[in-house]
Design a protein around this ligand. Structure first.
Ligand SMILES: [Zn+2]
Length: 93
C-alpha cells in the first residue's frame, strides 16, 4: 500500500503525475500542496456533521475536500452498515 509522501498516512487518495515523477498524497496533504501551488488560503474544514432526517433519525456525514485549479470539490459521505450514500458539490473559487 502506498503511503502519503508528506505525512506518512496510509490514506493515499491522490497521485500527482508531475513530468517524470509521481507523488502519492492523502487528501489533507493534497489540499495543502494545491493551496500552495495556486496561492489560496484554506479555512479549516468541518470534518463531520450530523443532522436529523424527516424521521428524526440522526445521520452523520464525513466531509472531504479536494482543490483543483477550477474550484473546490466537496463531498459528504455517510458511511453506515449496508448503505453508502454520498452527496457532493463543486464550488467556484
Ligand atoms: Zn498526507
Amino acid at each position: 500500500m502506498n503511503k502519503c509522501e508528506r505525512c506518512g498516512s496510509n490514506k493515499v487518495k491522490v497521485t500527482l503525475k508531475m513530468e517524470e515523477i509521481n507523488i502519492d498524497l492523502c487528501t489533507n496533504c493534497y489540499d495543502e500542496f494545491m493551496s500552495e501551488e495556486i496561492e489560496v488560503d484554506l479555512e479549516q474544514l468541518v470534518e463531520t456533521f450530523s443532522l436529523k432526517n424527516y424521521q428524526g433519525i440522526s445521520r452523520t456525514f464525513y466531509v472531504e475536500r479536494r482543490i483543483c485549479p477550477m474550484g473546490i470539490y466537496l463531498e459528504a459521505v455517510e458511511n453506515i452498515e449496508l448503505r453508502y450514500d454520498s452527496n457532493h458539490a463543486f464550488l467556484d473559487m
